[in-house]
Design a protein around this ligand. Structure first.
Ligand code: DQA
Length: 143
């Protein structure tokens, strides 16, 4: 089983960016955590991060047909991107939306998620735990 984890803009700055919200662990720590979990679960996992909307669309398109599940944190593009929503709908790969922070309790402009309607689940507010829970759910659903 192949899982792709996609992270959007500024997620490469984890550890530096707003540590009171996102914590002190880095993007490399996130990759390590998920790689370990994937090993435990016996699934193949790969990672992609970009600050550019079109690159995220390309990554989703490129995941078809060989990827079984996608975990995506579109970061700020969550709240703006119809293109990313359309890409997930186009490929039809089971996708889970994740956020490190609890976006529900943040700014008004973060209350909209375009991608949510194309996702089988959403995890938020649990830091790296949001991704770990997304991985467990995807693997359970796909097995
Ligand atoms: C985020 C929440 C978004 O609102 C924000 O723009 C991000 C990160 C999160 O993981 O909590 O960049 O997706």
């Amino acid at each position: 089983m192949k899982i792709l984890v996609i992270n959007g803009p500024n997620m490469n700055l984890l550890g530096l960016r707003e540590p009171d919200i996102y914590g002190r662990q880095t993007y490399a720590d996130l990759v390590e955590t998920l790689q370990k979990k994937a090993n435990e679960l016996g699934v193949e996992i790969s990672f992609m991060q970009s600050n550019h909307e079109g690159d995220l669309v390309d990554a989703i398109q490129g995941a078809y047909p060989e990827t079984d599940g996608i975990i995506i944190n579109p970061a700020a593009y969550t709240h703006t991107s119809v293109a990313i929503l359309d890409a997930v709908k186009a490929v039809g790969i089971p996708t889970v939306e994740v956020h490190m922070s609890d976006v529900k309790s943040r700014d008004d402009f973060r209350q909209v998620s375009y991608i949510r309607q194309a996702c089988i689940a959403t995890f938020m507010g649990k830091g790296f735990g949001s991704y770990v829970e997304a991985l467990e759910l995807l693997v359970n659903k796909l097995r």
